[in-house]
Structures are given as structure tokens and as C-alpha cells.
Write a protein that binds this ligand. Structure first.
Ligand code: DP6
Length: 342
């Protein structure tokens, strides 16, 4: 194919998301097609901003993360993703990519979701592809499955789809960010959280191969997803919190039964889970719920007017570096193409 010259440069911004029903396991690793649909909340107050410039003078892709030149795994991930964009745009030009997070990259706050959603937006625009939001979600999925959801704001569902080519596998907005004004996500940042050693995309395939609990999880997720969708729509706080905990426990169970076992939590994370269960027992009905992804930080969901009580309890747990209070956040969107200089 002859290489086409592309329009050039673009910038895009995206927020991380926290999965309320997890994606865990792929039926196609190259196309990133999941075994089950998932549901998430895009979070406000955290953002990744990414700028991409295609340049006919470059002999390889180049990457800066938070102002520092990056190589190794991160550069390889970006270059492989840009290959997908180049293929769709019919160009062979390499690109310069700058990406900044306004939250600590190693903090485990899902930087791959916001990172690949922002990269998909910037790279597709810079390459002259005019994608619909759905098309952008499909493209972001190729970089990191969870990124397909960060294209949209508020509460988002990623449809697993059935087609082998992945055309019916994309996220779509379920409910807008202002749907449930009292809802809060208190993210407990664990002080000694280890850095993520293995990408989730690899770890989840080990679960498929080795966990005896995985088949049962696949059977139970559709029902839990439907119930959670309804609890969200109806703003049924007790049901929402119960389902959140049940789903997280099920996710942790398949991780722990993977061989070798996947244990993402620290003693402080486990103390947060125990504190939430204890708060609910004392209150007599659920006032808080927890969830975590493949990392040690725990997202504790609660509602006004219980935020102060829940937060006070979490603050008494040793080993928590800080607590960030998050709300549902906005969809990914374009920003001016002129980014920071290298
Ligand atoms: C547990 O799609 O973020 O967060 O980019 O390889 O790390 P990598 O994979 P990613 O995996 C997400 C796994 C999860 C659940 C979820 O977000 O649905």
C-alpha cells in the first residue's frame, strides 16, 4: 500500500474509569475481545492529556510520558497501537507522542484506560480518521480493553459482542455523570502498593487457563450486570452497594484461584474491605460498598449524607497514604493540538 501523508497533529483528553462489573478474560487477544460485557464509572477530577504528531521525517515512534522520554514496554505498547491507526489511515509515517497524567502514573489509578482512550482520540484525529464515538471506543479497545469505556463519561457499558471481527464490541454511555448526585467514590490510596508487574491483559488469560472458578463467574456475570444496571437506573443505593461488593468478591475469587495465584491486595487493602463490611453490619443496612481492580487501592462507594462517617472510618486504618473523593466524570474530548514542548 502506498503511504499516505496525514494531516499531522492533534490533542485529546480522557479520564480513568473504575469497573463496577469487571472485564476479565478475552476470547481474542489480538483484537481484545472480552468474554463478558462490563460496566464502569468514568471518574472526574483525574485526566490524561495526550498529543500526537505524525512526522514524515521520523524513523521510529517516539514517546514522552509526563515530560520524560520513555522506552521499553510503554513505547512498545504505543507503537503497536499506532500500527493499528496507521493501518486504518493507510500511512507509514511515525509519530511523536506526549502524554501527561495529572495523577501519579504508578498510583494504580487505571492510567492505561485514560492513556489509551486519549491516545486513540489524538492519534486518530492526527491521522485524519474521522471516527464516531463508537468507532473511537473500538479503536481504544485495541490498546487496552478498559480504555474502550473511558471514551464516554458517567456510567458506561462495554458490550462484549459476538462477531469474530469485533465490529459489535464497543462501549456505550449508559447514564450521564449527573445521574446520581449523592454518589461518591472514596479512593483509598494504599501507601506501600506494589507497582503492577504484569498487564491485566496477560494475567486474565492465566485465569481462563487455570482458575476452576472462572466458568461459574462467566455464568453469573450477565445476571449481576443486569441487576446493577437496574440498581443504577433506579438509584437503589442498598442494592447497588451489595452488588458492587458481590462482584468484587467474585473477581477476587477468580484471581486467587488462578495458578499461580493473583493477589493484588496488601494488608491495608484488606483492612479497608473489612471496615466496609463492619460499617454495614453496624448500620444494619449497606451504607458503603467496595471494589478494586488489579491493584491494591480500594474504591469505597458511598452516598451523602454518609460520606463523613465512612471517610472517618477509613482514615483510622493504618497504611493508607491518602483518600481521594471522586465523582462521575466527563467523556473524552479533543484539546488544542499544541502540547508541551519536549
Ligand atoms: C481488573 O484493559 O486495563 O481493571 O491495559 O492490560 O492492564 P491492561 O488491561 P485492562 O484490564 C482491566 C482489568 C480490570 C477490570 C476492568 O477494568 O474491567
Amino acid at each position: 500500500m502506498p503511504s499516505r501523508s496525514v494531516p499531522g497533529a492533534a490533542g485529546y483528553e480522557a479520564a480513568p474509569n473504575i469497573a463496577l462489573v469487571k472485564y476479565w478474560g478475552m476470547r481474542d487477544e489480538r483484537l481484545v475481545l472480552p468474554n463478558n460485557s462490563s460496566l464502569s464509572m468514568t471518574v472526574g477530577g483525574l485526566r490524561t492529556r495526550t498529543w500526537v504528531r505524525f512526522d514524515p521525517g521520523l524513523s521510529a515512534d517516539r514517546l514522552w510520558l509526563n515530560g520524560e522520554p520513555a522506552g521499553g514496554g510503554p513505547l512498545q505498547g504505543v507503537a503497536e497501537f499506532l500500527d493499528v491507526v496507521r493501518e486504518e489511515a493507510g500511512t507509514r509515517q511515525f509519530a511523536e507522542v506526549r502524554s501527561d497524567n495529572d495523577f501519579p502514573t504508578a498510583s494504580g489509578l487505571a492510567s492505561s484506560a485514560s492513556g489509551f482512550a486519549a491516545l486513540a482520540g489524538a492519534a486518530s484525529q492526527a491521522a485524519g480518521l474521522r471516527l464516531t464515538p463508537r468507532g473511537l471506543s473500538r479503536l481504544a479497545r485495541r490498546g487496552s480493553g478498559s480504555a474502550s469505556r473511558s471514551v464516554f463519561g458517567g456510567f458506561v457499558e462495554w458490550e462484549a459482542g459476538h462477531r469474530p471481527d469485533g465490529e459489535d464490541c464497543y462501549a456505550r454511555p449508559l447514564l450521564p455523570p449527573d445521574h446520581w448526585p449523592e454518589l461518591r467514590d472514596l479512593v483509598t490510596i494504599i501507601a506501600d502498593a506494589p507497582e503492577k508487574a504484569v498487564r491485566s491483559a496477560r494475567a486474565m488469560q492465566d485465569t481462563i487457563r487455570t482458575s476452576t472458578a472462572y466458568a461459574e463467574r462467566l455464568r453469573s456475570v450477565p445476571g449481576r450486570l443486569a441487576n446493577l444496571r437496574t440498581a443504577l437506573r433506579m438509584r437503589d443505593a442498598s442494592r447497588f452497594l451489595e452488588l458492587l461488593i458481590a462482584e468484587c468478591d467474585d473477581f477476587r475469587h477468580v484471581c486467587e484461584t488462578t495458578v499461580p495465584s493473583l493477589d493484588y491486595l496488601t494488608p491495608a487493602s484488606r483492612a479497608v474491605l473489612a471496615a466496609v463490611l463492619d460499617l454495614n453490619r453496624t448500620a444494619g443496612s449497606p451504607i458503603a460498598g467496595y471494589t478494586h481492580d488489579a491493584g491494591a487501592h480500594v474504591h469505597v462507594f458511598t452516598f451523602e449524607p454518609n460520606v463523613a462517617e465512612v471517610e472517618g472510618r477509613l482514615r483510622s486504618i493504618p497504611g493508607i497514604a491518602s483518600i481521594r473523593t471522586l465523582r462521575p466524570g466527563p467523556a473524552a474530548h479533543p484539546i488544542p493540538a499544541t502540547g508541551p514542548a519536549s
